[in-house]
Ligand binder design. Structure first.
Ligand code: PRP
Ligand code: URA
Length: 208
């Protein structure tokens, strides 16, 4: 599996602001959107292009456009929605799928409660997004479910990963490239990333 740590200075700066305890919900949400655009730029860097004949006001030319079917962002609910919103502002006509999962707080096992993706997901690149890769149980389960549903080409994007999660993810899905803004130190006994940024869903939606 390939892992790409997006070390762009703007990404690193925004991530630091997000980590701070005192960053309020409104700012945190805005930062998720902004950082998602930067991660979206990076994860789409190798999209295929094809040439199309167009007319400028002065003459005809062969100009590059994206090849193939529009890609699909897949949000792992609920925190993934924060990242999808930012990425959609880069690619407004992308398709969007949702996989609803929550972590059982005791066992940390991912439990599915919702699944809806485009019927032709197998023909599209699926960019699966969730801010946090902790144990990786959620990401592994979401990608397994997408594979069962026919998805063939996938990338996974998060903000923060734990080394334990990176290891588990790469064992489970060596074919899926992983993009993250940082790999933190470790997980605590409750499966939270240290130093981390806390509970991403709660910080985006102000539920705690
Ligand atoms: C959080 C986060 C990931 C998951 C990561 O979601 O958004 O989906 O935990 O942990 P893991 O790698 O150990 O599976 P949570 O289950 O808290 O649900 P939420 O998005 O609804 O808040
Ligand atoms: N989910 C979160 O939102 N944060 C963590 O640190 C771990 C899992």
């Amino acid at each position: 599996m390939k892992i790409k740590v997006v070390d762009h200075p703007l990404v690193q700066h925004k991530l630091t602001l997000m980590r701070r305890r005192e960053t309020p919900t409104s700012t945190f949400r805005q930062l998720v959107t902004e950082i998602a655009m930067l991660l979206g730029y990076e994860v789409t860097r190798d999209l295929e292009l094809t040439n199309r004949q167009i007319e400028t006001p002065l003459e005809e030319m062969e100009a590059p456009v994206l090849a193939g079917k529009k890609l699909c962002f897949v949000s792992i609910l609920r925190a993934g929605n924060g990242l999808v919103d930012g990425m959609l502002s880069l690619m407004p006509s992308a398709r969007v799928g949702h996989v609803g999962l929550y972590r059982d707080p005791k066992t940390l096992v991912a439990i599915e409660y919702y699944y809806k993706v485009p019927h032709d997901i197998g023909d599209r690149l699926a960019i699966v997004v969730d801010p946090m890769l902790a144990t990786a149980n959620s990401a592994i389960a979401a990608i397994e479910r997408l594979k069962q549903g026919g998805a063939k080409r996938m990338k996974f994007v998060c903000l923060l990963a734990a080394p334990e999660g990176v290891e588990a993810f790469s064992q489970a899905h060596p074919d899926v490239e992983l993009y993250t803004a940082a790999v933190d130190r470790e997980l605590n006994d409750h499966g939270y990333i240290l130093p981390g940024l806390g509970d991403a869903g709660d910080r985006i939606y102000g539920t705690r």
